[in-house]
Design a protein around this ligand. Structure first.
Ligand SMILES: *Cc1c(COP(=O)(O)O)cnc(C)c1O
Length: 367
């Protein structure tokens, strides 16, 4: 088996060997040992966001999109209307999901390099009393932009609407305090800032919202109310759980606690980002975003305008040196992305920068 590459991606990402080792055993899904592991998982997920007193954790098999789909199908009822605040591809995906689920949905859009503006959200909610729920992507992974969560949550709560937060690429690193920020349901997955392996999403939901949502979902599998009732009834998953993924995520959550929780993790990611950005700037690259709105989660770099850097060749040159970067996802500009998250530190980024410099030399791009 060859050595794992360094993943500079927004997930799946580089995981600690201890996290991967936690998968080296079999678990009976209905055995007390696994029921206890599931209980630990649910309680640790709440702890990360101080949600023990206000929310319940509902894990669901699948990738991050699955939990977003389940949350919209369950919490936005057939007579409700969702307003999605969009400044990137993951916001657009929520509109697609709502339409497929047959839900009424509206979109409010900003450019990909602009944050969502709380004032405009308040206006939209005043203008349309039929909107019952608002959805926001916390860190839009399309660019790495960080939306002003506390301000938007306050506007939505003041207007008395439900609030769905896609915190997929922020949860575990950017502190979210559910005991003070009003969020109906927070959605995230195992394989981003929690540094687990892929295969599981979860919702941290206000139980009253789940109780109201009984029978809402048109889907058997994507039904967070039924999934929640399952856990509350016998501590078990309704359908086959990804047992190894759960074991790895519990280990990853213990490691998060040992690192000092989200604050400790953010310090490491910020150092990763600062190292990366300083080095890339020296090599002549420019960030797509203004630094004031950039989260230290994933950096989007503009393709140099001279056209001599071709993504595929650049990717291959870095891959040959053990580093996997990520293509851009912008609608308007040529770009590529480098993730700062995962079990990596400043030294990994220093080595990456050496590899980028070498790749540029071999590609004969003047750096
Ligand atoms: C990763 C991600 C998702 C889910 O993507 P999957 O590929 O389904 O795991 C959703 N929203 C955001 C903001 C993300 O970064």
């Amino acid at each position: 088996m060859s050595e794992s590459p360094i993943l500079l991606t927004p997930g799946p990402l580089t995981t600690a060997i201890e996290t991967r080792r936690a998968m080296l055993r079999d678990w009976g899904s209905r055995d007390p040992a696994f029921i206890a592991l599931t209980a630990e998982l649910r309680s640790r997920l709440l702890q990360v966001a101080s949600g023990e007193g206000s929310h319940v954790a509902v894990p669901l098999q699948g990738s991050g999109t699955f939990i977003v789909e389940a949350a919209i199908a369950t919490l936005v009822g057939p007579a409700d209307k969702l307003l999605v605040l969009i400044n990137g591809a993951y916001g657009e995906r929520m509109v697609t999901i709502a339409r497929r689920m047959g839900r009424a949905v509206e979109a409010l859009r900003w450019a990909e390099d602009r944050v969502v503006e709380p004032g405009k959200v308040a206006e939209a909610l005043r203008a349309d009393p039929s909107i019952t729920h608002v959805a926001l992507v916390h860190c839009e992974t399309t660019t790495g932009i960080l939306n002003p969560l506390a301000e938007i949550a306050a506007v939505v709560a003041a207007a008395g609407r439900g609030f769905l937060l896609d915190a997929m690429s922020s949860f575990g690193a950017i502190g979210i305090d559910l005991s003070s920020v009003p969020v109906t349901a927070l959605l995230a997955s195992s394989n981003k800032c929690l540094e687990g392996v892929p295969g599981l999403g979860f919702a941290l939901v206000q139980p009253a919202a789940l109780e109201r949502a009984v029978g809402n979902s048109p889907s058997l599998s994507f039904d967070l109310h039924a999934q929640w009732r399952g856990f509350e009834t016998d501590g078990q998953w309704r359908f086959t759980p990804p047992v190894q993924v759960v074991a790895a995520l519990v280990e990853a959550l213990r490691r998060l606690e040992a690192e000092g929780g989200p604050a400790g993790r953010l310090r490491r990611y910020q150092e990763n980002f600062d190292t990366l950005w300083a080095g890339m700037r020296r090599l002549g690259f420019a960030l797509f975003l203004d630094e004031a709105v950039q989260a230290p989660i994933i950096a989007t770099f503009r393709m140099p305008a001279d056209g001599r850097l071709e993504f595929r060749r650049f990717y291959d040159a870095l891959a040959a040196r053990g580093f996997l970067i990520y293509p851009g996802k912008l609608t308007q500009a040529e770009s590529f992305r480098i993730g700062c998250i995962g079990a990596l530190d400043r030294r990994d980024f220093e080595r990456l920068l050496e590899a980028v410099a070498e790749a540029l030399r071999t590609m004969e791009v003047a750096a």
